[in-house]
Every structure is written in structure tokens, then in C-alpha cells.
Ligand binder design. Structure first.
Ligand code: TNX
Length: 674
């Protein structure tokens, strides 16, 4: 980890971290890959015209993307087949393309004609995605190749009469409208035919049994020629089903403008539910600040892969990012700095509300963190009365840790903590409050545990559940306390003992789940103190068995933290997130029996063109057999003229910002299969 010297603060000896001194790269798994040879550079990509104009990023350090001859078959449909004239609605509620003039023929002939048209349509419209090509891997997938469905132009979404389910239906329509150009009205069941049905509760869907009772996030998805039915016990289950449906549609569904495409969904049934209830990522908005739009875009990425928690690291030495009415200088003074001397920034109450609401609409819970008692230099700059010597330190824009702390011996500190956490709890609908607790190297022994115990009581008094980095373990247990473990060694007897006393765990092993670790030694961003984390390493671990002496029942799930000392833009966030986030999402969601490295690589490969079509940056890791993007045919006059970018303007992309183009897959080199 690079450490810039601090100015004006006495040097502090940092407790050694495991593997802190830029160790040798993490050993590859047995049977690991031969390092991929650099991709040969050809003069120009042979990819068809991309959906978006060329990326606006500076010349990448990465090898120029080289598109091999497309691996993915080009769609077999020569031209878009849009239903001609008015579609006929069958009694079963399916809309099918009908040859013009057919209404005059006798019923039996009509039926014959219709089935001939349907059969021809199915032949023409082969799905470009297999029913099993879903990330994270579903519990069960039963394809029925003869039962593919083609979304007609007059499709409507029908949904159970429930406000939360209705929101999911609107979300589905919003996902599909830009690329299809279809109106996709949303209406309550059972008023009108589908062919997209979202049904709450198994009883409402007699054809299906639905996911197991009590399985709050599960869903069932049935695709047959007359439509797509998603059933679930909860709106959250429906939402996850919608994310699956999105992945089953052709890549062009990611286009922000209408595309000529046959919107085929492969036939069959998926029954699905998550393995772990807590599936999260963390964004450090303190080392570098990221605006609301950037955070919302990260939330979109989480939702795509069925992650359900976003932990925001809101405060640190370099900046305080959340407005607190009762202590206003925290932001107006403490929010104006960041690593490297940039302008910083903070969320107003309205900004934070926007994030929380955007997350809630995606069935994601925000977990706010105020890091205490260490990592508090920005707070001390704003309020020197909180400092042990009552003297304001200079603002800090370096990347050292462990030097600052609030005064654990002063009652004023606890009034501060109660005010801050009280306001944060009031603004946060979720059950969790994260109190940090890491790397407070100067607050030792009873001073530290006494501080943490008081803060835990404050959180409990607010009716919330305490989450803390696992350094808080020595402090006394409070009911249902959650420890976030970020070690790099699967043997931690102190944490195992805390679990025996009732603590629950979120696992963020530094050497598997830390998204700020480099992929390879030459990754232009990130750290390597916990080793290198390529996609294989992110994928290869099991939260249920990772920590010795910790039973699976104590593990709530996993979280992938992205610390941002070296990260300055949305494109850089995405580069570190993708493709490791989907790998970690699969570790959290899928049962061990459904997941394998070989299967994951193949299923994930098709997501590169999707990210590309959506203008999302990613690391074109040579571990994944990316296909070339399929051609996208924009409807006349609808080709995009500008690329949507959500990058916070204050941040200039750093050199090395990736291009969102997949590299060719060195399939021959990667022999790992498990
Ligand atoms: C450790 S993990 C930290 C952070 C750093 C990170 C860099 C943890 C609880 N603390 O302060 O940003 O390493 O990888």
C-alpha cells in the first residue's frame, strides 16, 4: 500500500498488518493459469459499431482491446421482426404476430396459420442467451428449448395489486423501454393479458408452486411461448427475478436507445433463492468523494448481481462526508479535503435521502459507517474539542492510517457520538449502524474497549444493530452484534470465540474480497498489501467454511469493500468492481453445488458486451473468455449522439483508466476448471 507522508503530525508506528509490505503476489490456486501472454495488437478492433461512441477516457495503460472474430454467433434473424398490424391476442393471453388478412379464414385454418407463424417465429428467433447463463448461478434451471418467448411490441406488464410489487413492475418496464422502444404499460393483475406477469405469493400463481415458504428473496421464473411469469413471496423476490429476466434477454437490451432486435427469452423454468442473507459491497467515499450519481450507478451494479447491501464508509481522516445538523462544521470544514488535495465534498440530508431511496427501490439496504474512535482527523480539524489535546490537527490528504482518534476520556465525545449516530439513524431506514473501530492504534486496552462498549450501547439505544470491523471483538458483546472480518488468514481464534458468545459475522477477507487490491502486478490502480486478487481468487472461497471454528449459521454473508485511496473516478470504481463483483455475488448467492469456476467464466463472458453496451467500464481480465460484442442495429434516427457518463465532474479520470472493451480470451492458457 502506498503511504504518503503526513504533514504536521508526529509519526506513529503502525501496527503491522499481515502481508503489509507489498508481499509477493498471492499464490495462484493449484492448477492455476500460466500468466496470460499480452494480447497481440491489431491495427483496429474488428468489432461492429458499438452502441456507444468511443469512450472519452484517456489512452489506457491496458493493452488496446483487440476483438477476435466474434465468438458469439451473430443473431440469425436477418431483420427485425416487429409484429405487423395489430397483434392477435389469444384466449390464453399471449400476443402473437399474425399475417395480415388472416382474420377472414375459418377458425381451424386460423389456428393452423397461427401455429405455423409461431413455429416459424421460434425458428427465426433463437435466443442468444441460454436459460442457465445467469450470474449469480440460480438454484435450479430447467430449460425447455421449444418454449422460447418473443416479447411483442404491444407487451404489457401485469402485476399483483401491491405498491412494492408495482414498483418492481415499473422498474422492469423502465429497464426494457429504452432498448425495445415499446411502451410497456404496467397494470394490475388480473385486468388484462400479459405477457409479462409479476405475481406476489404462490397462491396468486396456481400454475406454480413458488419458492420455499419463508424464503424472502427467492423467486420463480417461467418462460413459455405465451409469456414470462415471475412469482415470489415478496417484492424483493420479484425484483431479483426481474434481474434474471434482464440477463436472459439479448445483449442489446442494455442499449439506451431503441434497437432492432428480436427480444427472445429462452424457454424453461428457474427456481432461485440466495444462500446468504447479507450480500454487500462497500464504497469508501471518504478518501475520495463520489457524488450521488456515482453512488446510484454503483447501486445499479449491485442490483444487477442481486447484492442487497451498500455499506458507505462516510468518515475518515481525509474527509467527513455526511451532513450532521447538530455539528455542522463536520462537513463545512471537515468535508473539504480528500486524498491528494482534491476538493472533497459531502452529502446533504437531501443527497443522503436520494441515495437511500434509490437503494430502497433496488431492494438494497444502506449501511452507513462513522469510523470511531480512530480515522477521525477530519472531525478533529472541524471540532478540536474532540481531540485528546484539544488542538486542531492540520487537514490530512495522505494515505497513512492509525494516527488520529477522538478523546475517549471526555464526556463531550460521547455527546458527539450520540448526536451523530442519532441523526444518521433517523435518516437511515435499514437496521444497521456501522461504528468502524479499525486501526485505532493509539487508543489501547480498556480505553478502547470501554469506548466501543459505550458506543455499542448508544447504537442499541437507537434500536439499531451494531456492525464494526473485527477489531472491536475484545469489547463486550451486545445483542446480535455483527463483526466485519477483514483478515487474510482463515484462523482467528478471538473472532471464533466472539461467535461462540453470540456475535455474527460478515466476511470481507482482505485477500479475496478487497476490491481495492490489484488484479495483477501491473494493474494501474489499487493496493497489494493483501495480495493480488484476480477474478479466480475473488471467486475461490466459501464464507461458510472460511474461518476455522466458525459455524456457517454465524455467517450472515459477505461484503466486498472498495477503499478509494487510489480511486478518483467512476470509471476507476467500475474497473475495480467488474468483473470481481459478480464473482463475489455468486459466492454469496449461489449454493456450492451450482457453482464452478469453469461455469462461472462462461456465464460471465456474455456480460462484457452488456457492460460495453451500457457504457460501463470494466477490467477485461484475460481469465474470462469474452466474446466479441454482437452487432447492434439501431432503429433509424435513434443512434445515440453522446455517451452517458455519470462520472462526478470534479474527478478527472486518472491515467490507466480502462476502456470498457473486453479483451480476447486466452482460453488455451486458462486450464482451471474448479
Ligand atoms: C485497511 S480494512 C483499512 C482501510 C484502508 C484499507 C486499504 C479496514 C477496516 N481498514 O483504512 O483504506 O486497508 O486497503
Amino acid at each position: 500500500m502506498s503511504r504518503t507522508p503526513r504533514t504536521g503530525v508526529a509519526p506513529v508506528t503502525e501496527q503491522p498488518r499481515q502481508a503489509d509490505a507489498d508481499p509477493a503476489p498471492a499464490a495462484p490456486a493449484p492448477g492455476g493459469p500460466t500468466p496470460a501472454a499480452p494480447a497481440p495488437v491489431v491495427p483496429a478492433p474488428v468489432m461492429p459499431a458499438p452502441v456507444m461512441p468511443a469512450p472519452v477516457m484517456p489512452a489506457p495503460v491496458m493493452p488496446a482491446p483487440v476483438m477476435p472474430a466474434p465468438v458469439m454467433p451473430a443473431p440469425v434473424v436477418p431483420a427485425p421482426v416487429v409484429p405487423q398490424g395489430s397483434p392477435t391476442v389469444t384466449p390464453a393471453g399471449a400476443a402473437t404476430a399474425t399475417p395480415q388478412g388472416s382474420p377472414t379464414v375459418a377458425p381451424s385454418a386460423t389456428a393452423l396459420a397461427r401455429s405455423a407463424v409461431e413455429a416459424a417465429g421460434r425458428l427465426l428467433a433463437r435466443p442468444t442467451v441460454g436459460l442457465g447463463d445467469v450470474v449469480p448461478a440460480p438454484v435450479s434451471v430447467r430449460p425447455r428449448p421449444a418454449a422460447d418467448f418473443v416479447l411483442p411490441a404491444d407487451a404489457a406488464v401485469r402485476v399483483s395489486a401491491d405498491p412494492a410489487a408495482r414498483e418492481v413492475a415499473e422498474h422492469l418496464a423502465e429497464l426494457l423501454r429504452p432498448a425495445t422502444g415499446y411502451p410497456l404499460p404496467v397494470a394490475d393483475l388480473p385486468t388484462a393479458p400479459g405477457p409479462l406477469w409479476l405475481t406476489l405469493g404462490a397462491a396468486a400463481a396456481p400454475r406454480h408452486t413458488g419458492p420455499a415458504a419463508g424464503d424472502e428473496e427467492g423467486y420463480r421464473l417461467d418462460v413459455d411461448p405465451d409469456g414470462v411469469r415471475i412469482t415470489a413471496d415478496t417484492a424483493t423476490g420479484l425484483f431479483h427475478g426481474v434481474q434474471t429476466l434482464r440477463q436472459l434477454l439479448p445483449t442489446a437490451v442494455e442499449s439506451r436507445t431503441p434497437v432492432a432486435e428480436r427480444w427472445v427469452v429462452p424457454g424453461g423454468t428457474i427456481v432461485d433463492r440466495p444462500r446468504f442473507p447479507y450480500r454487500g459491497a462497500m464504497l469508501d467515499v471518504a478518501r475520495h468523494f463520489f457524488g450521488v450519481d456515482d453512488v446510484c450507478r454503483v447501486l445499479d451494479h449491485l442490483a444487477r448481481y442481486k447484492l442487497n447491501h451498500l455499506h458507505l464508509h462516510l468518515t475518515d481522516d481525509q474527509g467527513w462526508r455526511i451532513a450532521v445538523d447538530s455539528w455542522p462544521r463536520l462537513t463545512t470544514v471537515g468535508g473539504r479535503t480528500e486524498v491528494g488535495g482534491g476538493p472533497g465534498g459531502w452529502y446533504t440530508a437531501a443527497d443522503y435521502r436520494r441515495i437511500v431511496e434509490y437503494a430502497a427501490r433496488r431492494h438494497i439496504t444502506v449501511v452507513p459507517e462513522v469510523d470511531l474512535p480512530g480515522h477521525t482527523n477530519a472531525a478533529l480539524v472541524a471540532y478540536p474539542e474532540l481531540a485528546p489535546d484539544k488542538v486542531a490537527p492540520p487537514p490530512y490528504t495522505g494515505t497513512e492510517v492509525g494516527f488520529s482518534h477522538v478523546d475517549p476520556a471526555d464526556e463531550r465525545t460521547y455527546a458527539f457520538v450520540a448526536d451523530v449516530l442519532g441523526e444518521l439513524a433517523a435518516a437511515t431506514p435499514g437496521p444497521w449502524l456501522h461504528i468502524g473501530g479499525d486501526e485505532a492504534y493509539k487508543v489501547k486496552g480498556a480505553a478502547y474497549t470501554g469506548f466501543v462498549e459505550r458506543v455499542q450501547r448508544i447504537v442499541a439505544g437507537l434500536g439499531r444493530t451494531v456492525v464494526g470491523w473485527h477489531q472491536i471483538t475484545p469489547a463486550g458483546q451486545v445483542d446480535s452484534r455483527v463483526l466485519q472480518w477483514w483478515g487474510t488468514d482463515g484462523d482467528d481464534p478471538t473472532v471464533a470465540e466472539a461467535v461462540r458468545r453470540g456475535a455474527r459475522l460478515i466476511l470481507s477477507p482482505g485477500n479475496h474480497a478487497y476490491l481495492d487490491m490489484k488484479y495483477t502486478p501491473d494493474t494501474p490502480l489499487g493496493h497489494n498489501w493483501a495480495g493480488l486478487i484476480d477474478v479466480h481468487r475473488a471467486y475461490h472461497w466459501d464464507p461458510a467454511t472460511h474461518l476455522a471454528g466458525v459455524p456457517a449459521e454465524a455467517v450472515l454473508g459477505l461484503e466486498a469493500p472498495l477503499w478509494t485511496e487510489s480511486v478518483t473516478s467512476l470509471a476507476e470504481i467500475e474497473f475495480l468492481l467488474l468483473p470481481r463483483l459478480p464473482a463475489l455475488a455468486e459466492v454469496a448467492w449461489s449454493t456450492p453445488s451450482t457453482r464452478s469456476w469453469a461455469g462461472f467464466r462462461d456465464r460471465l463472458a456474455g456480460h462484457g458486451p452488456r457492460w460495453h453496451a451500457a457504457g460501463i467500464a470494466f477490467h477485461p481480465s484475460p481469465e474470462i473468455p469474452w466474446p466479441a460484442a454482437p452487432p447492434v442495429r439501431h432503429l433509424p434516427h435513434t443512434a445515440p449522439t453522446s455517451r452517458p457518463t455519470h462520472t462526478t465532474p470534479a474527478h478527472t479520470p486518472a491515467p490507466g483508466t480502462p476502456q470498457p472493451m473486453p479483451a480476447p480470451a486466452p482460453r488455451a492458457n486458462d486450464t482451471r476448471t474448479s
